[in-house]
Design a protein around this ligand. Structure first.
Ligand code: SF4
Ligand code: SF4
Length: 204
């Protein structure tokens, strides 16, 4: 099984490999949504429609465990802890993620909207990372100043962010996604409003 084989298995689920982290004799491949295709596929799933809690986590577990069986891998997830698997550390070891000026991870293709649905630990040759950190050549760094309530002025002020998102003034963030994330030129426009709203409702 190769990375191309894995891509063929993930694509029909609206998922893609985000980067490979060497792990001893194995490789940990981080998996995330391939937007915008992902949202329609998840939206049509039984987990989304059944009304039970944590539909996205349950969908991720079902889909990625099935993919793991096909490539003889161990499926790993960022939820279900404690303890929690070190996705942030793995991501930075792929050479495709970096800490942004607002401390969220930025990915070379998904930008600040990157998220993990899981990972596979398997026997595959790790793919190399990409070229340098995009923030180093992003002159204006618009992510750092886009938040209307300055939630990133001194670390991430979750309470200030939530208060704004829940308010009338925060309708744009609530229905179209975080303005700071949307300000990043990488991956801009890939996230659908319906998906942004789903995540914001979960966040609140
Ligand atoms: S907007 Fe610029 S500085 Fe901010 S995360 Fe994106 S590339 Fe980096
Ligand atoms: S969601 Fe809105 S209020 Fe929260 S950090 Fe992003 S821009 Fe600021």
């Amino acid at each position: 099984m190769t990375s191309d084989d894995l891509a063929d298995l993930l694509g029909p689920h609206g998922l893609r490999a985000l980067g490979d982290c060497p792990d001893g004799g194995s490789t940990i491949t981080l998996i995330g949504p391939d937007e915008p295709a992902f949202w329609g596929i998840f939206h049509d799933s039984p987990e989304y429609k059944d009304g039970d809690a944590n539909p996205l986590d349950r969908w991720s577990m079902r889909v990625l465990c099935a993919v793991a069986d096909r490539v003889d891998a161990q499926a790993l997830f960022p939820f279900g802890g404690p303890p929690y698997a070190p996705f942030f550390t793995w991501a930075k070891q792929t050479g495709r993620f970096w800490a942004s000026p607002i401390d969220f991870l930025v990915h070379d293709q998904a930008g600040l909207f990157v998220s993990f649905r899981g990972a596979l630990r398997w026997q595959a040759e790790p793919l190399a990372g990409t070229t340098g950190q995009p923030c180093l050549t992003c002159a204006d760094q618009p992510c750092a100043t886009a938040c209307p309530v300055g939630a990133f002025d001194a670390g991430y002020d979750v309470a200030a962010c939530k208060a704004h998102v829940a308010s009338e003034a925060g309708t744009d963030c609530r229905t179209r996604g975080c303005l700071a994330r949307r300000a990043c030129p990488i991956g801009q426009g890939a996230r659908l409003s319906a998906q942004a709203t789903f995540h914001m409702e979960a966040f609140l």
